[in-house]
Ligand binder design. Structure first.
Ligand SMILES: [Zn+2]
Length: 234
């Protein structure tokens, strides 16, 4: 298990988060001002994986929007926040595309895509993976964020902390607990601490409206950003 360096960054979160939440458009001047106030000595690279993409749209929401679109929007916001917090970040995709390198059929491309994501993660030193997805279920009553964890490093502890934070901030009526990422190829093959966050259910009409909104996406990112950053300073 890799040790994380301790940093005194907590008070800065309030400033960053207030800016992140209240300012719709961050000017480069504001971004530079904030970045200059943060000690730039993070030891981890935060890898942000926007799930699916391209031919693989993932789930379809009850209003007909593909999961891959929501994943990318939230991942891009999360990337901005981690950069403001002074972390090196790496996004597995920044556009609507898969990251496969070979394969003729959809199934073969999907296998190549997942292997490529694993390769990117495992080739990155001191990586922490946050994979962003959205949930769906045949019964539209279900809602709330769900966090899954991989087998390595501090994944289980980070998932527990993140699930608790998401429940407290976004889903106070939820009794969900973090789950082991059984059967999720990416999570089972990475060799670093990693969590996969299903931000909500696209099959629930009310939650899909929330997940579509800029404010709710920012709230999700604030919870994920502060939780992971605080976890890494311990
Ligand atoms: Zn997904």
């Amino acid at each position: 298990m890799k040790q994380h360096r301790k940093h005194s960054v907590i008070p800065v979160y309030l400033l960053i988060l207030s800016i992140f939440i209240s300012v719709t458009y961050l000017t480069s001047t504001v971004t530079t001002m904030v970045a200059e106030m943060i000690p730039m000595e993070r030891s981890n690279t935060i890898i942000i994986d926007a799930g699916h993409g391209g031919e693989d749209g993932g789930a379809t929401s009850c209003s007909g929007i593909l999961e891959s679109k929501y994943n990318l929007e939230i991942a891009m916001r999360l990337n901005d926040l981690f950069q403001l917090l002074g972390y090196r970040t790496l996004m597995i995709r920044t556009t609507d595309r898969s990251v496969y390198t070979q394969g003729e059929t959809i199934a073969a491309k999907k296998v190549s895509d997942l292997k490529q994501r694993v390769k990117i993660v495992n080739e990155t030193e001191d990586a922490i993976l946050i994979s962003i997805h959205q949930n769906t279920f045949s019964d539209s009553r279900y809602s709330g964020a769900q966090v899954f964890y991989g087998p390595e490093g501090e994944s289980h502890a980070l998932a527990d902390t993140t699930q608790t934070a998401l429940r407290g901030a976004l889903n106070p009526d939820s009794n969900r607990t973090a789950k082991k990422a059984d059967g999720i190829y990416l999570m089972q093959h990475i060799d670093c601490t990693g969590i996969l966050v299903e931000c909500g259910f696209l099959s629930n009409e009310q939650e899909e409206v929330l997940l579509r909104s800029t404010d709710y996406q920012k709230k999700i990112c604030c919870v994920l950003g502060t939780t992971v950053a605080t976890f890494l300073t311990k």
